[in-house]
Write a protein that binds this ligand. Structure first.
Ligand code: SF4
Ligand code: SF4
Length: 307
């Protein structure tokens, strides 16, 4: 009998016992690939195309030199004078990671079937049930792998697991629409209300994102809005007031989460040989956050400030 090949998804990581990506205790599945290119991205290993990517963790390197011999392109240089990777010529074939004895070199992204993902998710079903939790698919942008995501969501629903999708919203509506029956909650990012500024900060305009949000609301699915607050980039009073005005008009928004800028992301860029352009930005002081939160105080919706 002919057997259909199993669809595989590129999974960056699976984080058990998360308390921030939806209600209750959750497992968050981070899928690789993202259509946006936010300048403050906290998961640079997750963005870009759906391909595994070489990452280097210097603190684990024992300078054994195996990778130097193992790279067919000669891009790993290990000598008394230091350690270098010629990142711009790397095609992420993974040969050096295969032979690194200390896991200093690893590939970000593992191909998995939905069944393999479910084997991990099912371990915590009792915690989901007892805490009102479930599973959240995040990224990157999980809808970049629509077939795989849809199969995972359907498996979750068959197991009675609550599902959330954390999305930037930059996806064809037909893709989201097909998944709607299997999604219990959307975590939805709003980054900037001005189309041009959104384009400058993320590489894309916001029209499709705002249209999809309206479509989700029309479908009567609950939504948690998430606003990453990047000092000097999207924390102007005007932008926050426009976000507040948008939320005010929307039913089914259960919560607004303000996510203050976190400078810890910078180190992750080094792991993949990239430079972080926001190195000099500092997280907003507590008083500034309190002040900005007042903008949302007129909303009936719950507003949270995630530290
Ligand atoms: S992943 Fe890059 S550095 Fe490593 S062996 Fe392949 S080409 Fe060389
Ligand atoms: S193989 Fe791994 S541990 Fe050895 S030098 Fe290369 S990165 Fe370091």
């Amino acid at each position: 009998m002919h057997e259909e090949p199993r669809v595989k998804g590129l999974v960056f990581s699976i984080c058990r016992s998360s308390a921030e990506d939806g209600p209750g205790i959750r497992t968050t599945v981070f899928l690789k690939g993202c259509p946006l290119n936010c300048i403050w991205c906290h998961s640079p290993q997750c963005r870009g195309s759906i391909k595994p990517q070489l990452a280097f963790y210097e603190s684990r390197c024992i300078m054994c030199g195996a990778c130097e011999a193992g790279c067919p392109k000669g891009l790993q240089i290990v000598s008394d004078r230091g350690r270098q990777i010629l990142w711009d010529q790397c095609d992420h074939c993974g040969k050096c990671a295969d032979i690194c004895p200390s896991k200093a070199l690893e590939m970000a992204g593992v191909w998995m079937t939905a069944e393999q993902v479910m084997d991990v998710l099912k371990r915590d079903i009792v915690y989901y049930r007892n805490s009102g939790g479930g599973v959240t698919f995040s990224g990157g942008e999980p809808t970049m792998q629509p077939q795989f995501l849809s199969i995972c969501l359907q498996h979750c629903k068959q197991q009675g697991i609550h599902t959330a999708v954390d999305t930037c919203g930059f996806v064809k509506w037909s893709i989201l629409e097909n998944m709607l029956p299997f999604i219990d909650l959307f975590l939805y990012d709003i980054k900037h209300m001005d189309d041009e500024k959104h384009k400058t900060l993320t590489g894309t305009g916001n029209r499709l994102i705002l249209e999809n949000l309206q479509n989700i609301i029309r479908s009567e699915k609950p939504v948690w809005i998430r606003v990453p607050l990047i000092p000097g980039y999207n924390d102007s009073l005007d932008n926050l007031l426009r976000i507040r005005d948008l939320v005010e008009k929307l039913s089914f928004v259960e919560k607004v989460s303000i996510l203050p800028y976190n400078s810890a992301a910078g180190a992750k860029y080094q792991f993949i040989g990239k430079k972080y352009s926001l190195e000099d930005i500092k997280p907003p002081p507590h008083e500034r956050m309190e002040e900005l939160l007042k903008v949302f105080s007129s909303l009936d919706t719950r507003v949270e400030f995630n530290r």
